[in-house]
Design a protein around this ligand. Structure first.
Ligand code: NAD
Length: 498
């Protein structure tokens, strides 16, 4: 049994609140250990450490700051396998997929190595007589991140990297379901030379989240998780005068045009729909074939592929996907599937009764495929977050593009076609933040920004890429006049360029 406390002032500390939660191992349903749930006093301790450490860290020149990030990248390489196994055990995803989770986080750290350049301001020489104007990007101070269970390495790293590279100190509140990897990440940063207190981890639930939202010393909050919580965090954080960026749930469509290469499309759908048991915010959960003939060809090819998916334990590297995260999640997903059947969708592959031999207490189900789903159904409107793909048949391209455009969520979307005109029109008109053309999971590479539209994202700036540096810094503009001592007399009219 493991015991996970908090990471405050550069070291692991035991929880003192007396409240804990079980850390489960989804592959066999066993209790792996306990995680402490922080009290407001423990949060305060972390904030005080962070506040003090931030002064020296902000004064450290940016090139020295990023050397810590470089060293961190090296240290992770030495224990990639151990981290991936730890992640797989607590999340449920397979080890190769867990390695991808870590890698996509490291790619953002790699981009943060460019912080000295990314933090440069602007300069205008001679904006007026003897007048120069320049701008600075300064850190905010203490900032916080609240992250979801489904990417316990990637999403914390997306936030920690730019925040600390910009000279802030950071309080991470990871998901209480899989806290071990974020704790180890914090430890590795200290081993890499990060001063104690610059990165702290407080584990916990709503109580500590509310503490973060109300703490006057925390200047910004980055959140990733489900939409109702994203909305709640955005309103409470901004009402308290904080900067906030909050990313929520998703319902990602893939439009399949009649000219699409059907084998390529099916390969893409299988990976994007069922990889990680569908527990990705960029998973494709709705396939929209255009025209009856396209739909028939698609469904005919999809059925045997969904039936052949290999479900395995998190430690089975040959499995296509493993268990879902909790017993509650399993029952919620099955309830959605039951509801879809009741609403009249055609369940052409039913994975509800799958049992994993030797792991009967694990949280497994096989892939489900629905055909003839319509936009009024709950399985279409809501995020299921499981291995369930819905086919919504569209008569025309215009009917197809209307679906993602009118959907509440707007995280990712994709079109499969050989027609450049259609692809270009789609990319221009679709009301979704991240678009793939013959790419099923269009998670932008680390030097572009990541963020959904509509109910998938609240706040003005995206994650990673240049936006992350804007989010974690404030701009100061300096107008200076030299030499001093020029005497123009008092001026009562606002200065202009005339
Ligand atoms: P969640 O909203 O349940 O939890 C996210 C975080 O919020 C956790 O740290 C949790 O402890 C905290 N939290 C939960 N309930 C809270 C409450 N009532 N008050 C305050 N804090 C609370 O999300 P999850 O189940 O961990 O993650 C899955 C969700 O995250 C899915 O909806 C998925 O689409 C979304 N997600 C979105 C993105 C994105 O970039 N848009 C990325 C990954 C996951």
């Amino acid at each position: 049994m493991i015991e996970v406390g908090h990471f405050i002032g550069g070291k692991r500390v035991a929880g003192t609140s007396g409240r804990t939660a079980d850390i489960m191992q989804p592959m066999d349903g066993s209790v792996r250990g306990k995680v402490a749930l922080a009290s407001r006093e423990e949060l305060r301790k972390a904030v005080e450490n962070a506040k003090e450490a931030q002064i020296g860290w902000a004064a450290t020149n940016p090139q020295r700051r990023v050397r810590v990030l470089m060293k961190f990248l090296d240290l992770v390489q030495n224990e990639y396998d151990e981290l991936a196994e730890m992640l797989a055990r607590e999340h449920g995803k397979t080890i190769p997929d867990a390695k991808g989770d870590i890698q996509r986080g490291l790619e953002v750290i790699e981009v943060c190595i460019g912080a000295p350049h990314l933090l440069k301001g602007e300069y205008t020489d001679g904006a007026g007589p003897g007048i120069d104007v320049y701008s600075l990007r300064q850190p905010l101070g203490v900032v916080a991140g609240i992250t979801p269970f489904n990417f316990p390495a990637m999403i914390p790293l997306w936030k920690i990297g730019p925040a600390i590279a910009a000279g802030n100190s950071f309080i991470l509140k990871p998901s209480e379901r899989d806290p071990s990897v974020p704790m180890r990440i914090a430890e590795l940063f200290i081993e890499a030379g990060l001063p104690a207190g610059v990165l702290n981890v407080v584990n916990g639930d709503k109580d500590v989240v509310d503490g973060i939202l109300d703490d006057p010393d925390i200047k910004a909050v980055g959140f990733v998780g489900s939409t109702p919580i994203a909305q709640y965090i955005y309103s409470r954080a901004t009402a308290n005068g904080k900067r906030a960026q909050c990313f929520g749930g998703a319902k990602n469509h893939m439009i399949i045009m009649p000219d699409a290469d059907m084998d390529q499309t099916v390969d893409a759908l299988i990976g994007a729909g069922y990889g990680s048991a569908g527990e990705r915010c960029m998973a494709i959960s709705v396939a929209v074939p255009v025209g009856e003939e396209t739909a028939n060809r698609l469904v005919e090819k999809l059925i045997p592929r969904v039936e052949a998916l290999k479900i395995g334990s998190s430690l089975d590297a040959s499995a296509d996907f493993g268990p879902v995260v909790t017993a509650d999640a399993l029952s919620r997903i099955k309830t959605y599937v039951d509801g879809g059947v009741k609403e009249g969708a055609k369940l052409v592959v039913d994975g509800r009764d799958f049992k994993m031999q030797g792991y009967e207490n694990g949280y497994y189900m096989a892939g489900c495929l629905f055909d003839h789903v319509t936009p009024d159904m709950k399985i279409y409107k809501e995020e299921i977050f499981g291995p369930v793909l819905s086919v919504v048949r569209a008569k025309t391209y215009e009917d197809a593009i209307r679906l993602p455009n009118e959907h509440e969520y707007g995280n990712g979307v994709s079109i499969f076609t050989r027609d450049g005109d259609a692809a270009r029109d789609f990319a221009a008109r679709v009301q979704v933040g991240m678009v793939g053309v013959n790419v099923p999971i269009p998670v932008p590479i680390a030097y572009y920004t990541f963020g959904g539209w509509k109910a998938s994202g609240f706040g003005d700036l995206n994650q990673h890429g240049p936006d992350a540096f804007r989010f974690y810094t404030k701009t100061k503009t300096v107008t200076s006049r030299w030499p001093s001592g020029i005497k123009d007399g008092a001026e009562f009219v606002i200065p202009t360029m005339n």
